[in-house]
Design a protein around this ligand. Structure first.
Ligand SMILES: NC(=O)c1ccc[n+]([C@@H]2O[C@H](COP(=O)([O-])OP(=O)(O)OC[C@H]3O[C@@H](n4cnc5c(N)ncnc54)[C@H](OP(=O)(O)O)[C@@H]3O)[C@@H](O)[C@H]2O)c1
Length: 317
């Protein structure tokens, strides 16, 4: 393993939401590749007796349980001695709950905080009055914590898009040749471990911006479709013929999403993500990859081909 910094194991990191879909992969990166770089890796959970929590403990995480009815006090207790907090709780946790996580981190003397972003770059959204509800909440949280921090906590918002997000469908809005960012969840974890270490080290902290964009790959739907078909051919996956790329007209789709979102907000940002893809706002060809993994010397980003092979040529099932 060749990382940017020598392992010193002096810092403690806490992950909130480590039992979740993205969280468990992020925790895995910390608990495997980055284990020697931290004195302790704490998983802060609401119930330490669940299968997911116990699996984290078996991998070497220190479990600390919180009482979600009293989040500020409870999280402050859980963050004792912690230097960096990675928040990967989901949108079912209210904005108040996310805010309480940060308030507790601030009160406990945490130095670095990653809010639960890990999606498209929300600064670019242009859905006035009809944005996705969970994204409005993410922005509200980010603005609250930046203001409350008063410069005491370094806050790093990370935009990145995982391989198996629902937007990887074959229905494309606009051009199927517009690229979208696709990153393996384990690589998101490695990037977060690097960002934690870089942000905690006095020599490198100033190199980490407030907002970081990470993309293991940038591929168009057409390229992804071709990769899937090639891998299927190689693996001998039975085929019903060429995968069809169905395209929708951008303006018509946008008008429809706007109208429906204003009437009744959707519980999932899928259609907003399709619009962002069409607008080229999911293309993270300009990114901060070299900050976390200069010249891929720290690790090799998992490619879309690797991923499609891993899932047996069936990424969308
Ligand atoms: N880039 C990507 O590919 C990608 C993919 C998925 C998600 N994301 C982002 O990553 C974050 C987590 O998403 P996810 O899909 O991984 O989430 P998830 O699995 O649905 O939930 C994550 C964790 O949130 C906590 N949680 C759930 N409901 C809660 C509630 N009502 N109150 C308090 N805590 C609650 C749970 O942790 P405990 O039970 O341990 O407390 C849970 O394990 C979100 O910001 C999401 O947008 C990014």
């Amino acid at each position: 393993m060749s990382l940017q910094l020598a392992p010193s194991a002096q810092y403690n990191v806490a992950i909130v939401g480590a039992t979740g879909g993205l969280g468990k992969e992020v925790a895995k990166a910390f608990l495997t590749h980055y284990r020697p770089y931290f004195a302790s890796i704490v998983a802060v959970v609401r119930d330490a007796s669940t299968v997911a929590a116990r699996a984290l403990a078996e991998q070497g995480a220190e479990l600390r349980q919180v009482n979600s009815a009293e989040p500020v006090v409870s999280f402050a207790e859980a963050f004792k001695g912690v230097d960096a907090v990675v928040n990967i709780a989901n949108a079912a946790a209210s904005v108040d709950y996310h805010n309480a996580i940060f308030e507790a981190a601030l009160n406990s003397g945490v130095k670095v905080y990653f809010p639960s972003e890990f999606g498209s770059d929300l600064r670019w959204n242009d859905f006035p009055g009809w944005d996705d509800v969970s994204w409005v909440q993410k922005r509200e949280h980010l603005s609250y914590v930046r203001q409350l921090s008063g410069g005491k906590v370094k806050i790093v918002a990370v935009s990145t898009v995982g391989f198996d997000t629902a937007n990887m469908t074959y229905t494309v809005v606009g051009s199927p040749d517009t690229k979208i960012a696709l990153t393996a969840k384990l690589d998101i974890g490695r990037a977060l471990a690097e960002l934690s270490l870089l942000s905690l080290s006095p020599e490198s902290a100033s190199r980490v911006p407030d907002h970081v964009r990470i993309a293991g790959n940038n591929k168009s739907y057409r390229e992804v479709r071709d990769i899937v078909q090639n891998v299927r051919k190689v693996l001998g996956v039975p085929s019903d013929g060429e995968i069809v790329l169905k395209t929708e007209d951008y303006e018509k789709f946008k008008a429809l999403v706007r109208e429906e979102q204003l009437k009744s907000p959707s519980p999932h940002p899928l259609r907003h993500l399709m619009l962002l893809s069409a607008e080229g706002k999911m293309d993270f060809s300009t990114n901060d990859n070299d900050l976390v993994n200069p010249g891929q010397k720290v690790w090799k980003w998992k490619s879309v081909t690797d991923y499609i092979q891993e899932v047996g040529g069936r990424p969308f099932c």
